[in-house]
Design a protein around this ligand. Structure first.
Ligand code: NAD
Length: 479
């Protein structure tokens, strides 16, 4: 491997998505002596990164990109050129769940990764450090090594696992001050040298030494899957308790507060909700389930499966609550959906619980009117046309019929969405939903006017005083 200190280090990141874009922007900001080029096969995405309208919404991202773009941060579709020139190649391509063939519905689809690796092998003329930034199944580095070494001669590749722990909505904050940076490498002298190079040339510029963890490759790969599984498990745990709260008169916020005060448990990630979404939790747990099954560990696989099953149950429980509260049918009734993104401060709708809730309501012939400050009509149309997950028929497509789409409107204002509605569902915890003029909303809704708060963002008592019938997750119901 080259002696980096003697020349300007060049980084190329393959994949300009939610991870590749922000991560590389922060590396460019913190390491002005490094040239960072983010490449992608999607021209519209790269064009957007080079414009004033970045392809993703993330607080603080615009400022970081503005400062570095054109200085030492570049976005390009010239994938091969920049890969060939790079010393360190981050691969941050998507690794979705396989939709067909062996492991369909659970295993990670590594076709994007494999084609990136084959391309690296094709164009490389110098030694490379190849960094797994995408979340991948444990042992992926072994496969990548085979592809690289069998397809090129005389080039030394060191594969590192450097999974990304940022959360959408707080990506820049998380990247500036990560809880930890994890780097896994081969335990050979060259592997150790590569780990050191990534640590010293890149992360040491702003991450304190004690927050940079180095491990073997398999620990790093598995830690990412385990971390997401643990986070999702906390949500499913509190959601499971929320169902019991509703049945018994306990209040899930009080229970979560009391439980979280135990320092062994801690208060974070204990908010009951309509369910978790996002492109990672479900995909990574499915991946973990598949890996357990492949390794002859069906009991462990079943344990993690339950995390997803409870999440599905929570979403269907919410839909059932809406329908049963509204006199057992929503047919022909207008329901406002406030929030479609899977969480606040992002426009990302991948695996958002809103998709399943809308499917459920459309199935009972509701008219739905959707408002989200960051989600476009095109996105919603695409999301509602895609299938939903089903254990028995993994990832089969259940397109919303064209007739059903006539039941959907997308508007740009919460007041417009709720005008004339029989009920409103809050599905994303956007701050602006806390301060809406609920009296005005009430006045313009059909009566009785229902609020179904899937994120526990509104004060149910205040809304009841106005006259709403309110359902909050895991809280006592109206008398
Ligand atoms: P994304 O879909 O937003 O971005 C992936 C990009 O890779 C796309 O723009 C795609 O066009 C590009 N791409 C695919 N194949 C390519 C190729 N051969 N050459 C060049 N470009 C190619 O995905 P993302 O959300 O950024 O996630 C990327 C990875 O990071 C996934 O493995 C994901 O699990 C992981 N991850 C995501 C998050 C998150 O919050 N989104 C957090 C941590 C880890």
């Amino acid at each position: 491997l080259r002696k980096f200190s003697q020349k300007m280090v060049k980084i190329c990141c393959i994949g300009a998505g939610y991870v590749g874009g922000p991560t590389m922007a922060v590396i460019a900001l913190k390491c002005p002596a490094i040239e960072v080029v983010v490449v992608d096969i999607s021209k519209p995405r790269i064009d957007a990164w080079n414009s004033d309208q970045l392809p993703i919404y993330e607080p603080g991202l615009d400022e970081v990109v503005k400062e570095c773009r054109g200085r030492n941060l570049f976005f390009s579709t010239d994938v091969e050129k920049h890969v060939a020139e790079a010393d360190i190649i981050f691969v941050s391509v998507n690794t979705p769940t396989k939709t067909r063939g062996l492991g369909a519905g659970k295993a990670a689809d590594l076709t994007y990764w494999e084609s990136a690796a084959r391309m690296i092998a094709d164009v490389s003329k110098s030694d490379k450090i190849v960094v797994e930034k995408s979340t991948v199944p444990v042992k992926t580095a072994e496969a990548i090594e085979k592809i690289l070494t069998h397809n090129s001669k005389g080039i030394n590749y060191q594969i590192l696992s450097n999974p990304e722990f940022l959360a959408e909505g707080t990506a820049i904050k998380d990247l500036f001050k990560p809880d930890r940076v994890l780097i896994g490498g081969r335990e050979t002298p060259e592997g150790k040298k590569a780990v050191q190079a990534l640590k010293e040339e890149v992360y040491a510029h702003w991450v304190p030494e004690d927050r940079i963890i180095t491990t073997n490759l398999w620990s790093a790969e598995l830690s990412k899957l385990a971390a997401n599984a643990f986070l999702a498990q906390r949500i499913s745990s509190v959601n499971a308790i929320s169902a019991l709260c509703e049945a018994t008169g306990a209040n899930v916020s009080e229970v979560a507060y009391a439980v979280g005060k135990d320092t062994r448990i801690g208060p974070k990630f204990l908010n009951a909700s309509v369910g978790f979404g996002g492109s990672c939790f479900q995909k990574d747990i499915l991946n973990l389930v598949y890996i357990c099954e492949c390794n002859g560990l069906p009991e462990v696989a079943n344990y993690w499966k339950q995390v997803i099953k409870i999440n599905d149950y929570q979403k269907s429980r919410f839909v059932n609550r809406v329908v049963s509260s509204m006199f057992n049918t929503v047919s022909g009734k207008k329901i406002a959906i406030l929030g479609f993104a899977f969480k606040k401060d992002t426009g990302d709708t991948r695996e958002t619980p809103a998709i399943d809730v809308c499917h459920g309501l459309l199935g009972d012939k509701a008219q739905i009117s959707i408002y989200d400050p960051q989600v476009t009509e095109d996105q919603i149309q695409r999301d509602l046309s895609m299938g939903k997950f089903d254990w028995d028929h993994p990832r089969h497509l259940q397109p919303t019929s064209p007739t059903a789409f006539k039941q959907v409107s997308v508007v740009w204002d919460a007041y417009e969405a709720t005008k004339g509605a029989h009920g409103l569902c809050i599905l994303t915890e956007w701050d602006e939903f806390k301060t809406l003029d609920y009296q005005r909303i009430f006045d313009n809704m059909q009566k009785p006017a229902f609020v179904f708060d899937g994120r526990n963002v509104v004060d149910p008592e205040k809304l009841r005083e106005i006259g709403f019938i309110v359902y909050s997750i895991g809280k006592p119901l109206d008398a």
